[in-house]
Write a protein that binds this ligand. Sequence first.
Ligand code: 13P
Ligand code: 13P
Ligand code: MG
Ligand code: MG
Length: 364
Amino acid sequence: MNLTLSVIKADIGGYVGHSSSHPDVLDKAEKCIAAAKKSGLLIDYHVTRCGDDLQLIMTHQHGENDEKIHNLAWDTFVACTNIAKKLKLHGAGQDMLADAFSGNVKGMGPGVAEMEFKERDAETIIIFMADKTASGAWNLPLYKIFADPFNTIGLVIAGNMHGGFSFEVHDVKESKKIVFNAPEEIYDMLVFLGAPSRYAVKAVYHRESGEIAAVSSTQRLSLMAGRYVGKDDPVCIVRSQGQFPAVGEVLEPFAHPNIVEGWMRGSHHGPLMPVAVRESNPTRFDGPPRVIAAGFQLSGGKLVGPLDMFDDPAFNNARQQANDIADILRSLGPFEPHRLPLEEMEYTTMPQVMKKLQGRFENI
Ligand code: 13P
Ligand code: 13P
Ligand code: MG
Ligand code: MG
């Protein structure tokens, strides 16, 4: 059976500040989505949150970019924004850039990752969700999972993975895409993946079967809004086991903290800390950035789970390392490379400061 898995997310208000989500907001989302399941629009759903970002995980049979599904997500975010406004939560409706729904939430503020596939006999899915970071944050882990044999031994010893994976990479500033084949094109590909503020892995495919293996949200909030309103706080769906990397291979890149953009005011580099959902409350300097992982088995579209994948002491060292890196980076204060480079600061107050001082710059 053809199944669509849609993960649609938005920051509709933070509690307290940008740290976490209020239970009343999650309750409201749960009610809205439960009604859609009852009406038959959805097969199943799971509502969760990562930090201050509300996550709607939905299974259905309407395909990607379906207007009814996107409308459901939008209406749910609107209903939750009303709760957030009543509670005067911080930045109520933060990611709701449009006044009204117009067919597809893409470009309207929320982040979207969707994939359609035929459910396998055992369909293992890991959904990564991050807070206080930008959409390119998945480049490094996706590269490791699907192209690095030091991370994924299956690329070497599993016959059904030995043919490699292809990567669809998006230039998020120029709205262009290119497909690279791993392993033979990894050197070309890494030129782009290593610059995650501009190039982001949108999808990964199993080369021999053409099956979708992973998909991420690549929406850049600052490019949509033309100013800084909050960070993308992206999501990523990864299929696992069988012809795809095993669960442990999918999680392994997070055993060492990736350094990503985001953190305080979306303007800093910081370590991406893998945590259990209950620990996804970025408080220190509004961070450091967090990633959670929800594991499911699908059964006729039913979401069996989630298992909270980073709720494992095996990730304690990663968390400790992330705290150590956070200490080192924080000691730099407003200096790069803790603070983002100038071109990334153009969506903050930087242009205003520059304008104010324009007349005082003299030729040398
Ligand atoms: P089990 O023997 O626990 O099923 O593990 C098999 C495996 O391949 C783990 O990666
Ligand atoms: P969020 O993108 O999670 O709302 O964070 C915004 C921010 O500016 C934190 O300091
Ligand atoms: Mg926020
Ligand atoms: Mg957030």
